[in-house]
Design a protein around this ligand. Sequence first.
Ligand SMILES: Nc1ncnc2c1ncn2[C@@H]1O[C@H](COP(=O)(O)OP(=O)(O)O)[C@@H](O)[C@H]1O
Ligand SMILES: [Mg+2]
Length: 275
Amino acid sequence: MNQNAQAQQQGAAPGAAPQATQATPRADRGGEPAIVIEKLSKWFGDFKVLSDIDLTVAKGERIVVCGPSGSGKSTLIRCINRLETHQQGTIRVNGIELTDNLKNIDTIRSDVGMVFQHFNLFPHLSVLVNCTLAPIWVRKRPKAQAEEAALKLLERVRIADQANKFPGQISGGQQQRVAIARALSMTPSIMLFDEPTSALDPEMVKEVLDTMIMLAQEGMTMLCVTHEMGFARAVADRVIFMDEGEIVEENTPDAFFDHPQNERSKQFLSQILDR
Ligand SMILES: Nc1ncnc2c1ncn2[C@@H]1O[C@H](COP(=O)(O)OP(=O)(O)O)[C@@H](O)[C@H]1O
Ligand SMILES: [Mg+2]
């Protein structure tokens, strides 16, 4: 579908100026960075979980986010597809600002795939159905077409032979690769990963990281919360270090891991290297 058709499908005239109450047409989103976060702050009750976060992610850029437990990493990436709401600052995804506008939230979510630490597959549905559910019910794809596309994705993550099994019948690494295929089934332009390998047995980490490296090599825009240094060095353009709700340091992976500047980064790295 071309951009104008997509815009029309969402009820907006091609090229029309965005209006406050209407979803912003995809056709207007040309040269924007993938994600622009400005002065983002968020509270859970009285607790300030994110403080003045500024972060711009270019199209095709790969960013690794790391930092101690509780520093706000999950909350930050969950704000990007509105799994959490923010109270101050702005988040724009492909040129569309995240507000209470439900159409815009839907448009952004259809462009942003998310992979969680605990896979979050539907346990009572087969691998294949996990990957066709959203394309059929949200995108209104014919079943046969959705199945064909899902099988291609399952082949890409090298798990097509497990298509008819249930999540409980395959390993954690396989489940996580299914979760990646499921996210890709909605043809996102941005993928968010929240510690995708930290619940896996060590021998399964590589197969998931290899799948993520493949996506990176294909040019996917990626924001990955992970402490996998090898992955960061292999594919990340930038490493962002968070602590207590702030971005404390950002640098290229080699500079960050070899010569951290901030005391908190140094302490954090000494801890993960000591494990
Ligand atoms: N829904 C919530 N309600 C209240 N506090 C929360 C909620 N989610 C997370 N927090 C708190 O916010 C802080 C940051 O959490 P999180 O973003 O999950 O950190 P990280 O992913 O870096 O471990 C933690 O102190 C956590 O306990
Ligand atoms: Mg987390």
